[in-house]
Design a protein around this ligand. Structure first.
Ligand code: HEM
Length: 408
């Protein structure tokens, strides 16, 4: 079947209103049922295949022979339809064999030992934030509590202060929210804006890198400065790119997941109560929150060769998007996928991706999420939503930018 003869037309996965209105869940259900491999012609001029079933998304994640990560994570995020400028230099946009070498360098900074130290730091920050909420009677969870998760992680992984961590979170939040008017002026060329926001993140790291050259420590930046890949040191740009990868990979994902998770629990009070009464369910509750939120809605790959799947011919050079959000709601994999069930087992969600590029920060995110929900439950605080809940304008990261809460 060619893109021209497909059964479903009219769904545009680049339409941010589709996501802002929450209509994407139904759109993906239609696609999974009628056109699981969908040729998307975006109103923004982008053209790509969308894989929507669990099996197809998993197939592409595991198919490194046919799919490259070099084009970057976001459709239309790079200036050319070829590789992103970071390809071969930044972990997430690098293919084998260099990917394996870069991963070996970064992996120790995400070890279970580091996750333990992150857990301690996050516990402290969230406890303080919850005390402030108790004292004032309310908060905006999305800005007052959730960002403490990546802040704690950055403090440990990068060896920076609480203040620096929040400054960096502000920068990456703007970068990820590059199409949202609450973060940036959305006039002009979106790709130029993204490049400019990325330059701001690089500038932040250039000061820290200079400082670590003088005073090395046991943090990621010092590790990158010391590392040799294929017999040579990483250059400054490679160090910036990988610091940015860890910051962007970890800052918004875990905090937005915490927001979506809390809203899910509040929308399902019986599940909230169940978790409060049965703390042993915390582990499966975190997995269900991850599945439900699917914060990183898709990742992009580029086809390296012509490849056929389900009667569809994907041509070499085509962009292919792997929709974690849709795979995680596929009834063929998750019975009653539309139900939020904190005791769901098994729950092999694809929220962290799969295969070689599977999220390297997953142990850190698991620690952050388990802690925040454990502390909320243990605090004995009960909240009600006290105003409009606002979603991030994005089809790439599904986040919440406003979550006003009142203690009841
Ligand atoms: C709930 C939280 C998180 C979600 C939903 C998430 C999601 C993902 C996904 C889907 C990928 C795969 C990308 C691909 O295949 O192209 C990925 C990779 C990555 N993530 Fe995460 N992530 C989370 C937390 C974190 C944290 C806390 C960090 C760092 C502290 C992090 C750093 C990274 C990095 C560096 C990669 C690239 C790995 C590679 O290419 O080998 N992520 N993440």
């Amino acid at each position: 079947m060619s893109p021209q003869t497909q059964a479903v037309t009219g769904i545009d996965l680049t339409d941010l209103d589709l996501f802002a209105r929450g209509e994407h869940t139904a759109a993906f259900a239609t696609l999974r049922a009628e056109q699981p491999i969908y040729w998307n012609e975006g109103a923004d001029g982008s053209r790509f295949w969308a894989l929507t079933t669990y099996d197809d998304v998993m197939w592409a994640y595991r198919n490194h022979e046919n799919f490259s990560s070099g084009r970057g994570a976001i459709v239309g995020g790079s200036f050319r339809s070829e590789d992103d400028t970071s390809a071969g230099r930044m972990l997430v946009t690098t293919d084998l064999p260099r990917h394996r070498m870069l991963k070996q360098v970064i992996h120790p900074s995400m070890s279970p030992g580091v996750a333990k130290r992150v857990a301690k730091q996050v516990t402290e920050l969230v406890a303080k934030a919850l005390e402030r909420v108790r004292a004032t009677g309310g908060c905006d969870f999305s800005t007052d509590i959730a960002p403490e998760l990546p802040a704690g992680a950055l403090m440990v992984i990068m060896g920076i202060s609480h203040e620096e961590a929040h400054h960096l979170i502000g920068l990456t939040r703007r970068m990820v929210g590059y199409r949202d008017e609450i973060f940036v002026d959305t006039g002009g060329d979106a790709r130029l804006r993204l490049a400019w926001l990325q330059a701001e993140v690089f500038e932040f790291f250039s000061d820290i890198v200079a400082e670590r050259r003088r005073n090395p420590g046991d943090d990621l930046i010092s590790t990158l400065l010391e590392a040799e890949v294929n017999g040579r040191r990483l250059n400054e740009e490679e160090i910036f790119y990988n610091c940015m990868n860890v910051a962007v990979g970890g800052n918004e994902t875990s905090s937005y997941t915490a927001c979506t998770g809390l809203v899910a629990l509040m929308d399902h009070p019986e599940q909230y109560q169940r978790l409060r009464e049965t703390p042993q369910l915390l582990g499966s509750a975190v997995e269900e929150i991850l599945r439900w939120s699917s914060t990183n809605a898709y990742v992009q790959r580029a086809a390296k060769h012509d490849v056929t799947r389900g009667g569809i011919e994907i041509k070499a050079g085509d962009s292919v998007t792997l929709w974690n959000y849709s795979a995680n709601r596929d009834e063929a994999q998750f019975p009653d996928a539309h139900l939020f069930d904190i005791a769901r087992t098994p729950n092999r969600h694809l929220t962290y991706g799969s295969g070689l590029h599977r999220c390297i920060g997953a142990p850190i995110a698991q620690a952050e999420l388990a802690l925040v929900f454990e502390q909320i439950m243990a605090s004995g605080l009960t909240f009600k939503i006290a105003g409009e809940v606002r979603r991030l304008r994005s089809n790439f990261l599904l986040g919440i930018t406003r979550l006003p809460l009142e203690v009841v």
